[in-house]
Design a protein around this ligand. Structure first.
Ligand SMILES: Cc1cc2nc3c(=O)[nH]c(=O)nc-3n(C[C@H](O)[C@H](O)[C@H](O)COP(=O)(O)OP(=O)(O)OC[C@H]3O[C@@H](n4cnc5c(N)ncnc54)[C@H](O)[C@@H]3O)c2cc1C
Length: 498
């Protein structure tokens, strides 16, 4: 923090942040802490981007993220600003991270305590607890080895590799045996179909395909089961509210309902922004929206090193928000109903097709946050992964899935579910795209489906325009709240310490 403080007047810069999602908010906070004059422009009427919520009758639903991991990254952000996160956000560690249901009737409770989790797997599937524990140790090793190189730094600056921690990480990587696919690794490790499916699923946390994505992603299992999964009081949107409060306290000028139309560049140097025909001068711009939209709209024809059409978009989703009459203790906060054929599901997703019988995620925030549903009711966020939008018939898919999901969930709970749903809102990929500006409604920008994906993501700075930086889920290091926070930290380093 001291490195930042007390800029001389000539060092104070006018910095614009474009996009008020989690990454843009974090970047704006960092720039304000450094003493710059910061303006944040957000196209929609609220901050948060994908991290917002919806009210439907007397129900409240989180719209986007539901799993909160690595709160220390938020803590770091608040302490940079001389604050304590706990004064802005209350959050508890979940004992039960997720409840998994399989078509053959197996039910596995994934406890955050790794001993308990390993014993539960042994009890339900006969996979020895020692095997799961060894797997989680391997996942921890990968996490600790690769984070300093792949996540916490700009991958695109050679100097990063010269740092000792990074060098150590790079040297150890070939010995990890993790450059095969995640599925191949898990299958060889566990054998049991159900346990393989459970651990394969972690690839989907950044929209990837376990049959294609590298086994390095198994570190996500370590994050969830050893670093811990958390839940914020008031729902996920409380994270947005905490950041928004801090932004305003730090004097960031926040402009909502303002779409930045164009970037102004002269002779390879950024000079400012244009909003509704008006040019505004800035010394630096941090773009925190979707990278595809950036090259399509804000700086057309300037994409430096790649054809964006060749980038593989991450998955999107269809989400049903259901207000449900009744209370169902069989469901916990986070629940997964697995499909019978996981490989088939991903083959369909790769082909741009909505899977016939997809895995379903059910998130019931009222389980922790009573006021999210009226007495005797629950709020269900029911999500299936779909391909990003390329013109599929979303109305037909929604109709088909509504019937199928109600039948599958009804069967699990032993009731005619359609008679218990009192209100509904549906989000499809085109709606996600419209609401947050992400191409095709891709949740995590690009998929990480090959072993070089980490290197292929867009860097956090522009190679062609000086004064231009990028953060957020569609650039390095990737999607999800923790990685978005990392991206803001990398931009801060590039601006102040590179
Ligand atoms: C359904 C769903 C479930 C998810 N689940 C999880 C989860 O459980 N855990 C997790 O960690 N992550 C999850 N994620 C991913 C996570 O939500 C995102 O990675 C993260 O919120 C992205 O933040 P961001 O700041 O990069 O971008 P966004 O949240 O997309 O924000 C970008 C903002 O920029 C604005 N913008 C864009 N262009 C302009 C412009 N030209 N002018 C002005 N404003 C502009 C947009 O309006 C938008 O508000 C989920 C996402 C979704 C959609």
């Amino acid at each position: 923090m001291d490195e930042h403080k007390h800029l001389h007047a000539h060092q104070v810069q006018r910095i614009a942040v474009v996009g008020g999602g989690i990454a843009g908010m974090a970047a704006a906070i960092r720039m304000a802490v450094a003493g710059h004059q910061v303006s944040l422009f957000e196209a929609s009427q609220t901050l948060g981007g994908k991290l917002t919520d919806t009210r439907l009758q007397d129900f409240r639903f989180d719209n986007g993220p539901s799993l909160f991991t690595l709160p220390e990254l938020l803590e770091e952000l608040f302490s940079l600003a001389g604050r304590r996160l706990s004064d802005y956000l209350a959050y508890e560690r979940l004992e039960l991270v997720c409840r998994y249901f399989y078509p053959d009737g197996t039910k596995i409770d994934a406890w955050s305590d790794s001993d308990r989790f390993a014993l539960e797997i042994e009890r339900t599937t006969q996979v020895p607890a020692a095997k799961t524990k060894a797997y989680l140790r391997r996942a921890a090793f990968i996490y600790e080895t690769t984070t300093p190189v792949f996540l916490a730094r700009s991958l695109h600056r050679f100097s990063n590799y010269l740092r000792w921690v990074a060098l150590k990480g790079v040297l150890r990587i070939p010995w990890l045996g993790i450059f095969g696919s995640m599925h191949a690794f898990n299958k060889a490790w566990f054998g049991d179909r159900r346990v393989v499916q459970l651990f394969d699923r972690f690839a989907t946390y950044n929209g990837s395909d376990p049959y294609q994505a590298p086994a390095t992603l198994l570190q996500i299992a370590h994050i969830e089961h050893q670093e811990g999964a958390w839940y914020p009081e008031g729902g996920m949107v409380a994270i947005r509210d905490a950041l928004q409060k801090l932004l305003l306290e730090l004097g960031v000028l926040v402009y909502i309902g303002r779409t930045v139309d164009q970037l102004d560049v002269t002779g390879g140097k950024l000079t400012g922004l244009t909003i509704a025909g008006k040019q505004l001068p800035f010394d630096k711009v941090i773009f925190a929206g979707d990278i595809h939209q950036f090259y399509e709209r804000l700086l057309p024809g300037s994409r430096p090193h790649k054809n964006p059409e060749k980038d593989e978009l991450s998955t999107s989703a269809i989400i049903f928000h259901w207000g449900v009459k009744g209370v169902f203790p069989q469901l916990d906060l986070h629940n997964i109903l697995f499909s019978a054929d996981y490989a088939r599901e991903f083959t369909a997703l790769r082909a741009g097709i909505v899977p016939e019988e997809p895995t379903v995620y059910v998130y019931v925030s009222a389980r922790k946050n009573n006021s999210d549903a009226p007495e005797g009711h629950e709020n269900w966020f029911v999500m299936v992964n779909t391909p990003a939008d390329t013109g599929q018939d979303w109305a037909a898919e929604t109709g088909r899935l509504r019937l199928q999901l109600q039948e599958r969930l009804g069967k699990l709970l032993g009731l005619p579910l359609s008679q218990h749903i009192v209100c509904e809102a549906v989000t499809t990929p085109p709606e996600l795209a419209g609401r947050t500006g992400s191409k095709g409604g891709a949740i995590y920008g690009l998929a990480s489906n090959n072993k070089w994906a980490a290197f292929l993501r867009h860097p956090n700075y522009s190679r062609t325009v000086s004064g231009l930086y990028f953060c957020g889920g569609s650039v390095h290091p990737g999607g999800g709240i923790p990685l978005c926070l990392y991206s803001a930290r990398i931009v801060d380093e590039l601006i102040h310490r590179a």
